[in-house]
Design a protein around this ligand. Structure first.
Ligand code: EPZ
Length: 425
């Protein structure tokens, strides 16, 4: 297992230069799944070169899709007339997004079998919302040990109310409805920008989706979508927010390019609340050395609220703020565990319950060995290591590689000193 050796700069600000943002992980994976709604070729451009994209490609190839990498970040997918209907169990168990393949396969082939999806260990991550919705569309659901099988001669349009605005459930059911018979109305949908972009991509190939990006989505079902379609992955707003937080802690002057500040209002507001000076234009952020950081409260919410994916990174920032801050994680029940590692580095943290914590700062962090429990906490540990005194070793680099492309190379290019250690070194 690889790990990252991180040099600490004891709170000194060393980063400077330009950090371009890659394509959005949580859009790219869904565009890959959406390719199964098409008859023929689909070209996906500006794909992030991350492990989860590779795994999604593996599952698609296992289903019979031919994939050719036509350029560094462009993949041509050729969808056969008939695809397999059972997901490769081991791969499907290793990422949450495997669940997003289930809808298009069921809608296209009338049958699908798959294991419970995997992904970051940040809570239970049930799939009840998906199963209830598929039943409403006429699917029969069977569970044998940990293998689900869904069958439906032809999915029927239905009125579905999600008991919570699940991002992947919204995306998966929206895609299923594209090939269903009749009209589907989805209520209490997630409103992430990636969902709007996904609908735009599908509509450009003949789908009839209205309301994506709002809480109610209406889909008129039809046949397979037009092949030879092109989809360009938009910038990753979570990666851009991650870099903005790193800049707030460690930068002399850092320009974050190829991003969309208009989709990052909550995190930019939170950074300004703690005293970070941010200049921004249509597609860049410029963050310079800001005087002492002020304490603040963050509460994660569905989009457009403060993103749960940036909660751990922002908490590292709060350990350096002068005063008491409150963190309220409303989306996942297991997404505060990383705080115990920050405490062992010297942070002053009180975890009140699975959703709430108090952080008192500023505290000096001391470098230590840590294991990244998930993608975002893993990067939070790298950031804490950069702020700390001495060296840190962040193990399980593969968790970070799942969602951040060449993270050590890109941060080192602006002044960090992070070395990847493979386990035979
Ligand atoms: C997506 O996960 C993202 N992953 C997550 O990003 C992100 O944190 C999350 O949305 C929230 O924004 C991808 O898009 C691949 P949810 P998802 O369904 O869809 C509960 C990252 O770091 N729920 O919106 O799995 C669930 O337990 C990852 O990039 C049910 O109870 O999240 C959670 O408490 C981590 N039953 C809440 O809903 C269900 O059937 C929101 O989860 C589905 C969800």
């Amino acid at each position: 297992m690889d790990g990252f050796l991180v040099k600490g700069f004891s709170g000194k600000r060393i980063l400077e230069g330009v950090l371009p943002v890659m394509g959005a992980k949580n859009f790219a994976l869904k565009a890959q799944a959406a390719s199964l709604l098409f008859g023929g070729h689909v070209l996906l451009e500006n794909m992030p070169l991350i492990d989860d994209v590779c795994k999604m490609n593996q599952m698609l190839e296992d289903l019979g899709v031919k994939i050719e990498r036509v350029k560094k970040r462009n993949f041509e997918l050729n969808i056969p007339a008939v695809i397999k209907t059972d997901l490769d169990k081991n791969t499907a168990k290793s990422l949450r997004s495997s669940i997003v393949l289930v809808g298009p396969i069921l809608a296209r082939e009338g049958k699908v079998s798959f294991p419970h999806p995997g992904g970051c260990v940040i809570g239970q991550r049930p799939i009840d919302v998906f199963l209830e919705a598929f039943k409403k569309m006429g699917a029969r659901v069977r569970l044998n040990k940990d293998l689900y099988t869904l069958e439906a001669d032809k999915l029927k349009g239905a009125e579905i109310f999600f008991r919570m605005p699940s991002v992947t459930a919204t995306e998966t059911l929206m895609m299923s409805a594209v090939l269903a018979k009749g009209k589907t109305v989805l209520y209490n949908c997630a409103c992430e920008p990636e969902i709007m972009f996904l609908a735009e991509f599908l509509n450009s190939a003949g789908a009839r989706i209205n309301g994506a990006g709002t809480h109610t989505i209406v889909v008129q079902g039809g046949g397979l979508l037009k092949g030879d379609s092109i989809c360009r992955v938009p910038p990753d707003r979570i990666e851009a927010g991650s870099f903005a937080i790193i800049a707030a802690l460690c930068a002399k002057k850092l320009k974050i390019t190829n991003c969309v500040p208009a989709h990052m209002r909550a995190v930019l507001q939170a950074l300004q609340n703690v005293g970070v000076k941010i200049n921004f234009g249509k597609n860049y952020l410029l963050i310079k050395e800001s005087p002492g950081l002020k304490p603040s409260d963050i509460k994660t919410r569905e989009y457009p609220g403060f993103p749960t994916d940036l909660q751990a990174l922002f908490s590292v920032l709060l350990t350096q703020a002068s005063g008491r801050s409150f963190v309220f994680e409303t989306v996942f029940e297991g997404r505060l565990n990383y705080l115990f590692d920050l405490e062992r580095m010297g942070a002053d943290v009180v975890v009140c319950d699975p959703h709430r914590a108090i952080i008192n700062g500023p505290t000096k962090l001391r470098g230590r060995k840590m294991e990244s429990p998930d993608l975002r906490a893993g990067l939070a540990f790298i950031i804490a290591g950069m702020v700390a005194e001495g060296e840190s070793f962040v193990d399980n680099a593969n968790n970070i590689d799942r969602g951040y492309e060449n993270i050590e190379g890109r941060l080192n290019a602006v002044g960090a000193e992070i070395k990847r250690i493979t386990n035979n070194e």
